[in-house]
Structures are given as C-alpha cells and as structure tokens.
Design a protein around this ligand. Structure first.
Ligand SMILES: *Cc1c(COP(=O)(O)O)cnc(C)c1O
Length: 432
C-alpha cells in the first residue's frame, strides 16, 4: 500500500468516508484534527480550537488526561478485549460496582453495551420481556414525549421526536409508539398540575398497551435542547406506578454531572426502573454504554422461560473501555465537579446574557454546564461553523440552536472565548 499525501487524504475523505448525518456525494467541509489536549483541538493546519462541545457531551475531563491515559495504557498491557460470553474480568466488575453505587439505590443490575443507541435498544427489550413475564404481552408499546432524542438505531429512532426525527423516511420499519406533547413548564417556571394533564390522559387511555415510558430527564438534548420542570418527572413516576408501566430514563447526555447533579433524575428525586448511560461514561475515550435496572425487573425477566435477556453484543464489556470508565468516574468523584459545573453555569449565564434581545434570538437558557441560544430561524451550519473556527472555538450548531457543553476543566478565560464567539457570531448573523 502506498501512503497518501496530505491532499490525497483530504480527497479520499470527501470521496469515500461518511460523516454523521452527511451526504457522500455532496459532503460538507470537515476540519482535520491532528491531536487534542485539555480543552484544545489542534487542527492539521496548526490552528488550535477550544472545544465547546466536549465531543458531543463526552469529553468531560478534556482530552489526553494523564489519569485516563495511564488507565488505558495499563489495561492495554493486560488485554484490550476478550469476549464476555462465558468469561468475565475485573475491569467490567470494577465498573459495574461503581455504577451500582453511583446510580439511585434501586438500580442494581447492569447490562454493558457499546453505544448509547444500543443501551436504549436493550432498555426497550428489558421492558417488553418484563411485561411478558408478568403475563401482560399486550403491553408492548412505549410512551414518550415529543422533542425527545434517544439514538439512531431502529428501536431508539422510533421513540425520537416523530417530526424532527426520521420517522417519515423509515415509516415502514418503525414501531408505532405513543407521543405526548413536549414536557412543560420550562425549568425554573412555576409548576401547575395542568402541565401533566396531556401525558396523564394519554397514559390512562392506553396503559393496557404501554410497557414503559421513556424520557430524557429534565434536559431534552438533540431533540431541541429543552429544559423542563423536575416536577413533571415526579408526576410521570407516580403515574407509571399507578398504571403498571416501567419508567426508562435516558441519562446518556445528562449523566455524570452535566446538569449540576450527578444524574438529572436526582433533581426530581426520582428513581427509574431502567436507566441508560453512555457518552461521558468513559470521559469520551472509548465507546461504551450501560443499561441498569432493578432487582425486581431483573428477577421478573429471569423468571420466565429460560430467563435469558435476549441481547449480547460482540464487544460487550470491552475491558479497555471499562478500565477507562472506572478511572473517569474516580477522577470525577475525586475532584470538585459540582463547583466546576456551578461555576460554568454562572459564567455561561453572564457570557450569553448579551444574546438576549439580539434580533433573531428567541431564547437564551443555561442549566449546569449547558448553554443554549435558540434562534428564530435555522442557522446555515457551514457558514456559522467556519466563523466559530475563525474565532478559535469548536461549536456545531443544529437547526435553530447554537449551544455549548464544554469540558468541566475549562477555565473562565477559555469559557469567555466560547461565549464571546457565540455572542459575536450571532450578532453578526442578525446584521446579515
Ligand atoms: C447521544 C444520545 C443517544 C445515542 O447515543 P449514541 O452513543 O450516539 O448511540 C441516546 N440518547 C441520548 C439522550 C443521547 O444524547
């Protein structure tokens, strides 16, 4: 094989490699990253960008952290991977014991998988197998809310927002689920019982068919970056109990401190029957996800027929990813993560305040280490991204949303550069 020159490589990328949600025949420009350290991405052309995205919520400790590097290196010396069928290993045991301790008390059983979407598939299977074992086979649908996002595989996609998601294109293949309106009121607004009425009516009318309710707790991520009242979640918990329906909380984006509490469900003092984790689980080093459930769900699934849970990925419990995940959790717990996230929340609030009142800005909202500017009109992603790169920051807006969820280690000055760039670029956009 002959090595490609720099230019040939760029051409090869354009001609042969798909990027997320991209066209292979009309590819959008991509920036080549050479290395990453701390909160900085170094591009192949030598430019250095502050990562305001944490590589899609994942890199909470920043890049190249010595503790995580050491954990990966040490595990590589032992084994990078081994099958999990019929075998087990300390990295998986260590990680699962941490997850059981860290998550709400009732969650005691762990299923490891390789990505967030797959952890959602596993959660759905758990819910259906549970209801079958309970002798309620007609409970085979899910109920969720609009504006949600749970992943791109077929099962997960079917519970994403039906309009913003991809339902129309894959209609023939997708399961038909039930959708309530997006949860209200917004985080910080006054709670009234009327806000749960629509959800309540839908569940009451359909509970005989509903195996589980699936929600992103408090923060809806890729489906709209909406923050809603924790009381909504508490009411959902009560209603799911009343109607013998499981509650699945998808903490893939919100887990590990992002909203200011370790898990967003802590804000509502709600414990789900099933919880999905991913994204920041390995501090952004490797792809890994987990689905946790309770003794009761585990026991019930185990009581029917052969008792097997019908899932088993090839790379289940990958030791390298597990070792880094344990190190990432220890690193998080040993540091002042709560103060950091609180400080980021304050700085994001100040830094993004000038966006309020700008022409074309609909809303500015901040929760934990998440800052969102919602515009009236969809942005031109390519143009806006190029402006951010010029300003030395990495942000990737979507639709009408310009947002940041930086690594927790970001300094005040670095964060000011991120929010400053957001204000400047959005202001420039308003002026046309
Ligand atoms: C990203 C995300 C997923 C999907 O995770 P992947 O690792 O991309 O498959 C599911 N749910 C939520 C809430 C997410 O943010």
């Amino acid at each position: 094989m002959t090595a490609l020159t720099g230019r040939q490589r760029d051409e090869f990328d354009r001609a042969h490699i798909w990027h997320p949600y991209a066209s292979i025949s009309r590819p959008n420009p991509v920036y080549k990253v050479e290395s990453a350290q701390g909160v900085y991405l170094t591009l192949a052309d030598g430019r250095s960008l502050i990562d305001g995205m944490s590589s899609w919520w994942a890199a909470i400790h920043g890049y190249g952290h010595p503790v995580l590097n050491a954990a990966a290196a040490a595990q590589l010396e032992k084994m990078s991977h081994v099958m999990f069928g019929g075998l087990t290993h300390d990295p998986a045991i260590e990680l699962c014991s941490r997850l059981v301790e860290l998550t709400p008390g009732p969650l005691t059983k762990v299923f490891l998988s390789d990505s967030g979407s797959v952890s959602v598939e596993v959660a759905i299977k758990m819910a259906l197998q549970y209801q079958q074992a309970k002798g309620r086979p007609d409970k085979n649908r899910l109920l969720t809310v609009r504006s949600g996002y749970h992943g791109d595989t077929l099962g997960a996609m079917a519970v994403c927002d039906p309009i913003k998601g991809m339902h129309a294109r894959f209609r023939g293949l997708l399961a038909r689920h039930l959708f309530a309106d997006p949860p209200t009121p917004c985080f910080g607004e006054e709670w009234e019982e009327g806000h749960i009425q629509g959800f309540k009516d839908l569940l009451r009318a359909n509970h005989g068919r509903v195996a589980a309710v699936i929600l992103e707790p408090v923060v809806q991520g890729a489906g709209g970056m909406r923050f809603y009242h924790p009381r909504y979640l508490e009411r959902v918990r009560e209603l799911t109990r009343e109607y013998e329906t499981l509650l699945i909380l998808d903490e893939i984006a919100t887990g590990f401190g992002r909203t200011g509490s370790m898990f967003a469900c802590h804000r509502a003092k709600v414990s789900p029957d099933i919880m999905c984790l991913g994204k920041a689980l390995t501090g952004g080093y490797l792809s890994l996800a987990a689905t946790l459930t309770t003794d009761e769900v585990g026991r019930t699934i185990g009581s029917e027929g052969s008792g097997e849970l019908r899932h088993g990925p090839t790379f289940m419990g990958n030791p390298l990813a597990c070792a880094v995940a344990s190190a990432s959790i220890d690193l998080l717990l040993s540091g002042p993560w709560q103060e950091r996230v609180e400080r980021i929340q304050g700085r994001l609030g100040q830094g993004l305040a000038p966006c309020r009142g700008l022409t074309g800005v609909k809303d500015v909202r901040v929760l934990g280490a998440i800052g969102v500017v919602e515009l009236e009109e969809p942005v031109d992603l390519e143009t806006m991204q190029a402006k951010f790169v010029e300003a030395g920051v990495w942000l990737r807006p979507f639709g009408r949303l310009v947002y940041t969820m930086p690594p927790y280690i970001i300094t005040d000055e670095e964060l000011e550069r991120v929010t400053g760039a957001m204000v400047k670029v959005i202001e420039g956009q308003a002026k046309g």
